[in-house]
Design a protein around this ligand. Structure first.
Ligand SMILES: [Ca+2]
Ligand SMILES: [Ca+2]
Ligand SMILES: [Ca+2]
Length: 82
């Protein structure tokens, strides 16, 4: 597993997780909804789809219109805080 990590640009660097949820009930968080620029609105969405506790899909909503502007595999270089 040494594939190069894709990185994404976010609105800011000050990540606050608005939602960190265990959607499938296995005890590990698998959905994160975060605000990176301090305006209280979500602009970063991450999902663990295979249940290993690590992010598999990262979506960034740069203009906060509810539609992702960038989607990458992995955590985009910005893993959730443990
Ligand atoms: Ca889970
Ligand atoms: Ca925001
Ligand atoms: Ca995963």
């Amino acid at each position: 597993m040494t594939e190069p990590q894709e990185t994404v640009e976010t609105r800011g660097d000050d990540r606050v997780d608005l939602i960190a949820q265990d959607a499938n009930g296995d005890g590990k968080t698998d959905v994160w909804v975060s605000d990176t620029d301090g305006d209280g609105k979500p602009d970063l969405y991450q999902f663990d789809t295979d249940g290993d506790g690590k992010v598999d899909i990262t979506m960034v909503d740069l203009d906060e219109d509810g539609t992702p502007d960038a989607v990458v595999d992995g955590d985009g270089g910005i893993p959730p805080q443990a």
